[in-house]
Write a protein that binds this ligand. Structure first.
Ligand SMILES: Nc1ncnc2c1ncn2[C@@H]1O[C@H](COP(=O)(O)OP(=O)(O)O)[C@@H](O)[C@H]1O
Ligand SMILES: [Mg+2]
Length: 213
């Protein structure tokens, strides 16, 4: 059974005063099996971030269904969404969303603290993941003291430490110094992470550039 099943997903944005409409997603259909890596590519403005936000339960579609492990996330009540997201989803945003006033380690631990994990449990999760992603020596540094790639790996560790069923990445366009889709995929795969991932990437070509699963 697919871990993620997206059916006839549509998103129409209406501007605040109701004037203009933008059809961001026309009818999106796909399924992702457990353990699969999926890259969704398209030029700027084609709807990747819109799709990611809906998959992350950060935004609602105009119509359609998103089944995560059989549960329709579109129908989750507003008050249950934060807990659902915390318990099932990991995401790495285009700008990584690390807090600059926190060290990399504290950024990683914050969601675990909020989820009420014990210190012992946090310790158990932090170091092995940080080692696998090669950032164990950087844990005491602040986000502005590390490179874009290291920040991204910090954000990946933060998401993985919550043991999500599905990891979502919004990968930026090809910018020097900022990790692109294939390097992100390589980074996750080289850590041999057993987690389903879907990532939104601008045009990278061809699919064959992605490392083998
Ligand atoms: N909050 C919003 N309100 C209105 N239009 C939006 C909003 N977000 C995105 N759009 C429009 O929806 C389309 C898809 O955008 P987006 O999902 O950001 O594409 P991508 O991530 O592939 O660059 C674009 O035409 C964009 O201008
Ligand atoms: Mg985008």
């Amino acid at each position: 059974m697919p871990i993620l099943q997206v059916s006839d997903l549509k998103k129409i944005y209406t501007t605040r005063f109701g004037g203009q409409q933008v059809q961001a997603l026309t009818s999106v259909n796909f399924a992702v099996e457990p353990g699969e890596y999926v890259a969704i590519m398209g030029e700027s403005g084609s709807g990747k971030t819109t799709l990611l936000n809906i998959l992350a339960a950060l935004d609602k579609p105009t119509s359609g269904q998103v089944l995560l492990d059989g549960k329709n996330i579109v129908a989750i009540k507003e008050r249950d969404i934060a807990a659902f997201r915390r318990d099932h989803l990991g995401f790495v945003f285009q700008d990584f969303n690390l807090l600059d006033t926190f060290s990399i380690q504290d950024n990683i631990l914050l969601p675990l603290v909020l989820a009420g994990k014990t210190y012992k449990e946090m310790e158990k999760r932090l170091l092995p993941l940080a080692r696998r992603l090669g950032i164990d020596a950087l844990l005491k540094k602040y986000p502005y003291e590390v490179s874009g790639g290291q920040k991204q790996r910090g954000a990946i560790v933060r998401a993985l430490a919550m043991k999500p069923q599905l990891m979502l990445f919004d990968v930026g366009k090809e910018t020097p110094g900022i990790p692109n889709a294939s390097s992100t995929m390589g980074c996750v795969q080289s850590a041999s992470l057993k987690v389903t991932t879907a990532q939104m990437a601008p045009q990278i070509n061809p699919m064959a550039t992605l490392p083998e699963a």
